[in-house]
Write a protein that binds this ligand. Structure first.
Ligand SMILES: [Cu+2]
Length: 572
């Protein structure tokens, strides 16, 4: 059954065997169709109650993430050897140390600095990880056992990693896709063909993440901490006179929940949405940052499993509601067509970031010496309606209405950076919609008939045959149609698409995208009852790549499909 707005639990009917075959393939049945826990209804399985420890806000400074030095230089680029290990880290002064998994023994991982045109070679070792997962693996999810993993007849170790560089145009073998995993003992997934991933960086500058993408457990690996920032700079960046050095700060915003002993809290059984009750920024729960009264550039990344942030600033003074503008200059790739003011007098009131979207903003604190600003969150969870509209997905769904604080020092300082409103940024690359040779329709489904409930794209699952084969070098129109009750951040690997417009399902005219979507993008939020139109140019590589919902709980449980870019001129 498809749950559009207006339908509900009472309308459930059994899933046909044919439909399950479509979704999972014959050998995928066990994962998608296994019975729920005896004596409990499906919806009971989805409800999770968790109350973590009370922690005071703004009692610790924001950690600043270091940029990682390459381990070697090879050929025309840098070589990084990243180790994923288990370690403990104190995320709040009043919380016992938390056991985490991550890169270089820290959460989030270090910034990997890239440069446009300079190749990055990455080798990830996870042989230091234990054989058992830090979190519970739900073997009802397809791709967790040999029996429910179509196309894979070998053992499926509980601990596996495949690391994806999000938003990068790379050859498929270096893309860190779901079936390219390796276990600590060296057991490999069905599509892994190389250990050293090569990232050419032949694309506009970007700010993004490298993160786990392993079949059926990416939500667990990412939640455990297997994520870090990847920043690709280019030669033009210095000439723009944006804030640099200590005034160019990466902020990794990720929600997490904890038990009283400091352990990560995550439900043992699969839940279709998960929202943490604490905000972590660069691995610290509710930190503050002391800033000077001048401009800062913030690269904001959202690698939360399923939480959309809706960010604003609030002045903590009794006698002032004035706040500086957040001036957005990039949505991750290159720069926006025009900078976008976010704030009470701006083009947008709220900076919305769905999972794995990014925003680069400049905030000028010059007029506010001695004042304190709280970064507040105005996006309900699950986005956009919150739990009260759909209690079956409140798992857990607390209010998380604050993120971090900026405290502005009093002493006047020089600021050599320029006002971003006066900077002429490079024009973003834009594929021409008139070149589109094909129009594809991507629909979204929520299926509540089985435990655990799952989502799909075009009524198919990740193990079903490729149905979309764009020609290498061609341009296409994609319409992403969402008649479910949740927003879905849809991500296409390999490409940078352009958001042409949005409209309600059934409406005639597309409306303009948000002003801060006017640049190359790789992830776009599709709201309930919405059709989002994209122009996609498949220019870079032939090969098989996934597109999927970037809500990690959806991604792990069937909301992912392959596409194959075909090169008809190739001899192969
Ligand atoms: Cu989704």
């Amino acid at each position: 059954m498809q749950c559009g707005s207006g339908s509900g639990v009472a309308l459930m009917r059994p899933v046909s065997r044919r439909r399950l075959l479509q979704l999972g393939g014959a050998t995928g049945l066990a994962g998608l169709a296994s019975a729920g826990v005896a004596g409990r209804s499906n919806s009971d399985d989805l409800l999770q109650d968790h109350e973590g420890p009370d922690l005071e806000k703004y009692v610790q400074p924001l950690p600043i993430l270091d940029e990682r030095d390459p381990d070697d230089w090879v050929g025309i680029g840098q070589y990084h050897n990243l180790e994923i290990t288990e370690f403990t880290q104190q995320l709040h002064p009043d919380l016992p140390e938390t056991t985490l998994w991550g890169f270089d023994g820290q959460f989030p991982g270090p910034i990997i600095p890239g440069f446009r045109g300079l190749q990055l070679a990455v080798e990830v070792d996870n042989d230091g990880l234990p054989d058992e997962h830090l979190l519970s693996v739900d073997e009802r999810i397809a791709g967790t056992t040999t029996a429910n993993y179509p196309g894979h007849d070998d053992p499926v170790p509980e601990v596996r990693n495949s690391i994806h560089f999000h938003g990068l145009a790379v050859q498929a073998a270096s893309d860190g896709q779901a079936d390219m995993w390796v276990s600590p003992d060296g057991v490999t997934g069905p599509r892994r063909s190389r250990d050293v991933q090569v990232i050419p960086n032949q694309q506009p500058r970007l700010s993004t993440t490298y993160h786990d993408h392993t079949r059926a457990i990416s939500r667990l690996n990412n939640y455990a901490g297997v994520v870090g920032p990847y920043l690709v700079r280019d030669g033009s960046e210095r000439q723009l006179e944006l804030p640099t050095g200590e005034y160019d700060v990466t902020l990794v915003l990720a929600d997490r929940s904890f038990t009283d002993d400091g352990a990560l809290y995550y439900p043992d059984e699969f839940v279709p949405m998960f929202g943490g009750e604490k905000a972590t920024v660069n691995g610290a729960i509710w930190p503050y940052m002391e800033v000077e009264p001048r401009r800062y550039r913030f690269r904001i990344l959202n690698p939360s499993n399923g939480r959309t942030w809706g960010l604003r600033l609030r002045n903590e003074a009794d006698d002032s509601e004035e706040v500086p503008e957040m001036t957005q200059l990039s949505a991750g790739h290159g720069y926006l067509e025009d900078v976008v003011g976010v704030g009470p007098y701006g083009d947008l009131g709220t900076l919305l970031l769905s999972p794995f979207e990014r925003a680069e903003v400049v905030i000028d604190f010059a007029d506010f010496p001695g004042e304190t600003f709280t970064v507040t969150n105005h996006a309900l969870f699950p986005y956009p309606h919150g739990d009260h509209h759909n209690p079956n997905t409140s798992s857990p769904a607390p209010d998380l209405d604050e993120v971090m604080q900026f405290r502005v020092s009093r002493e006047r300082v020089d600021d050599p950076s320029r006002d971003p409103h006066e900077i002429e940024f490079p024009t973003p690359e834009r594929p021409d919609p008139a070149d589109a040779v094909e129009t594809r329709e991507i629909t979204m489904q929520m299926d509540m008939n089985e435990a655990p409930m799952f989502h799909t794209l075009n009524d198919r699952g990740p193990f079903d045959d490729v149905a979309i084969r764009p020609q290498l070098g061609s341009t296409e129109t994609w319409e992403l149609k969402n008649d479910t009750m949740q927003s879905h951040p849809i991500h296409l690997h390999l490409v940078r698409f352009w958001v042409e417009g949005r409209k309600d399902l059934g409406a005639d005219e597309f409306q303009d995208p948000r002003p801060n979507e006017r640049s190359g993008k790789d992830t776009v939020m599709v709201m309930p009852n919405q059709n989002v139109k994209l122009t996609v140019a498949f220019d870079d590589y032939a090969g098989t790549y996934p597109f999927h919902c970037h809500n990690l709980e959806h991604e792990d449980n069937a909301m992912m499909r392959p596409l194959e870019v075909v090169d008809e001129d190739s001899d192969e």
